[in-house]
Design a protein around this ligand. Structure first.
Ligand code: SF4
Length: 64
């Protein structure tokens, strides 16, 4: 699995963190970031729901 985040698109709404808090986090400016060590979304099936949850399509999840 490969997770791509586009911080230039992110508006800091936080849906990604609410959907998969083990994988996504927000920095001090509320922009999306990946939890260190969890860039591949291991063990959290909710990761697949995140691209639809983000209001600005800032996240893509691709299966390798
Ligand atoms: S859901 Fe989208 S806009 Fe909101 S914090 Fe996450 S990446 Fe940014």
């Amino acid at each position: 699995m490969r997770i791509t985040i586009d911080r230039d698109r992110c508006i800091g709404s936080g849906q990604c963190v609410m959907t998969a808090p083990g994988v996504f986090t927000q920095d001090d400016d509320a922009l999306v970031d990946l939890v260190p060590g969890y860039e591949d979304g291991p063990g959290d099936p909710r990761v697949h729901d995140v691209p639809m949850a983000c209001p600005v399509q800032a996240i893509t999840v691709d299966e390798d």
